[in-house]
Design a protein. Structure first.
Length: 183
């Protein structure tokens, strides 16, 4: 084997090891239920006073979902764990809509990418384009590092009930929503 091949294989192995380390860290962080940010009340107020465009360019005010249990998922098309959550979130949206639960996806991504994604993937809840405002909303809810996926559950009384960095399984979120909606 040539020296060049050995160097390339070593470089590839190093990159894989680094990516595996980041993935493992995100899994450990995701397993921990994050605490609610200290300024949760302010974050919720600013959130419900905001609006973002959907993938069709229609402005969507978050105030339209006040009084519901709102599952807000910050995601991007380039984030594999984000894409893995979407089908389960769509199923849970269908299951819990009658119980006053509304999912909303805020893409920290471009309109073009989200539009192309939504043409090929059925999603049963609104996908909004975050832009700078989406980044600010994520940070207000405690996502200083802007890690994705990032999910926030806001109760009907405008209280933050869950903040999660990392993937959220369908089983875990179903269990959480079952308890939350039976209050």
């Amino acid at each position: 084997m040539s020296r060049r091949s050995t160097v390339l294989i070593g470089l590839f192995a190093t990159i894989v090891a680094i990516l595996a380390g980041f993935y493992g860290l995100s899994q450990r962080l995701g397993a921990i239920q994050q605490t609610t940010p200290a300024s949760a009340t302010t974050a919720v107020e600013l959130f419900f006073a905001s609006a973002l465009d959907d993938a069709r360019g229609q402005r969507q005010a978050f105030s339209q979902w006040q009084g519901k249990t709102l599952v807000v998922n910050f995601w991007a098309t380039w984030c594999p764990p984000c894409l893995e959550e979407i089908p389960s979130f769509s199923r849970l949206q269908a299951s819990y809509a009658a119980k006053g639960v509304q999912f909303v996806g805020i893409a920290l991504d471009s309109l073009e990418r989200v539009g192309a994604f939504s043409e090929h993937q059925a999603v049963s809840y609104p996908l909004l384009i975050g832009g700078v405002q989406g980044v600010e909303l994520a940070q207000q809810f405690g996502n200083a590092s802007l890690g994705l996926p990032y999910t926030v559950v806001i109760g009907p009384e405008r209280d933050v009930r869950l903040v999660r960095m990392g993937p959220l399984s369908e089983v875990e979120l179903d269990r959480f929503l079952r308890i939350t909606t039976s209050r």
